[in-house]
Design a protein around this ligand. Structure first.
Ligand SMILES: *[C@@H]1O[C@H](CO)[C@@H](O)[C@H](O)[C@H]1NC(C)=O
Length: 406
């Protein structure tokens, strides 16, 4: 116990040992150089550790789609195929529809093959199904061998495969994005000065990367999606606007970068619930006061405009912290060289003996012959040790005697 306590309550201080070995000296300098290169090249220049960063970007997105298409010999304009119409950052372009006209409330038969029946019992089993077009009554309409429903009739038949609206490929999406970095109070927009004297342009990652007008076919291609499959089944595409700004170069250099992803690609190989579709209805009133509706099952490409970004600007506090960290880290070379010196070099025992020297209580009189004298008169030494409390360096027991005899 006493030994343990004595080793715990000892103080270690460094002592400089100059080792005149060229190989170790070279290793030391190389390690120091690597650490300096890491800090200067990666931490300061690449990661810009001298900057204060604002990651809380505020953003507003407005969108506008343009183009005309034909669906089922019916001309579709923006109000027909864009949902919701407000021009928000999430919107759908409908490319295919299953339309059921003149639905009224009543009783009729289901069209889906899932509700096949030959007797009423087959339908009674389906009474609580949510998948039918209306509430199952439990009767079988034997003429068509389908269960009867109560609801909007006639029931939708979505087994028909109509071709998608091909012209959607040529539609254009205009994106207006305004952002702010609240920490630096910097406001930027994605419509630069190059748009001011032009009325139109088309985004191209190489020749026109700052144009905010995108062709739908191009966006799908950049996202790696296939137009004909996504147009007939529906899908979800992300347009990312990245604002990574170095405000030390001036606000004018703070420009957006666009990238494109297919957000639903995680479900590419899943056969259950493929694509993206939704239903909506338009309601009418007939002259005799009966309500009827047109039901649309819409397959659409959903676009999500995602805005992310951060801005950095020189600031003294992170600069100082990182300079101090860099200076401290240069000292790691010493630890590395010590490991080599004390373990892997020839004569490492000798170096060890030089490096670690134990000094008992009396730091002022540490010459060996004096210590030797004290070890002989160990009683005297103990007394002197106890008297040196005020200097902060003392040891208990006769460890002084041990160290000299070792
Ligand atoms: C899209 O536009 C190009 C060029 O204007 C035209 O050649 C092409 O036929 C159009 N595509 C569709 C599906 O209309």
């Amino acid at each position: 116990m006493l030994d343990c306590a004595s080793s715990f309550f000892t103080y270690e201080t460094t002592k400089s040992v100059v080792v005149k070995r060229r190989s170790l000296g070279i290793i030391n300098r190389i390690v120091q150089a690597l650490i300096i290169i890491y800090f200067v090249g990666y931490v300061f220049l690449y990661e810009k550790a001298y900057q204060d960063r604002d990651t809380g970007i505020e953003s507003a997105v407005m969108t506008k789609v343009k183009g005309f298409g034909f669906y089922d010999n019916y001309l579709m304009d923006v109000a027909d195929y864009v949902i919701p119409p407000q021009g928000a950052s999430v919107f759908c372009i409908i490319t295919r529809m299953v339309i059921t006209h003149n639905q009224t409330h009543g009783l009729c038969h289901e069209t889906n093959g899932k509700f096949n029946c030959s007797t009423d019992e087959d339908c009674e089993r389906q009474l609580s199904s949510n998948l039918a077009s209306g509430k199952i009554t439990g009767k079988c309409v034997t003429k068509v061998q389908r269960c009867e429903i109560e609801g909007w009739c006639p029931a939708e038949d979505d087994s028909k495969r109509t071709p998608p609206m091909k012209e959607a490929e040529n539609f254009t999406i205009f994106i207006k994005n305004s952002i702010r970095f609240p920490h630096f109070n910097v406001t930027r927009g994605n419509i630069g000065s190059m748009m001011e004297n032009k009325t139109t342009c088309l985004y191209n990652p190489v020749s026109n990367p700052s144009c905010p007008i995108f062709r739908v076919g191009d966006v799908l291609e950049y996202a790696g999606a296939n137009f004909s499959s996504i147009a007939s089944r529906g899908g979800e595409i992300g347009i990312n606007i990245g604002w990574v700004c170095n405000l030390d170069l001036g606000e004018k250099k703070c420009l957006p970068k666009y990238s494109f992803t297919q957000l639903d690609s995680a479900f590419k190989n899943i056969t259950f619930s493929k694509g993206f579709n939704f239903r909506f209805a338009k309601y009418f009133m007939s002259e005799d006061g009966r309500e009827y509706r047109t039901l649309h099952k819409a397959f659409a490409i959903r676009f999500d405009i995602l805005v992310s970004g951060n801005a950095g600007k020189f600031y003294i506090v992170p600069t100082l912290i990182n300079i101090v960290a860099a200076c401290t880290s240069v000292g790691l070379a010493t630890i590395f060289c010590d490991i080599i010196l004390l373990n892997f070099l020839k004569g490492s025992d000798q170096y060890k003996a030089k490096k670690f020297e134990e000094v008992s209580g009396l730091a002022s009189q540490s010459e060996s012959h004096e210590l030797h004298r004290y070890s002989v008169h160990s009683h005297v030494l103990k007394e002197e040790v106890k008297n040196s409390n005020d200097s902060g360096a003392y040891s208990i027991g006769d460890s002084a005697g041990q160290s000299t005899s070792a």
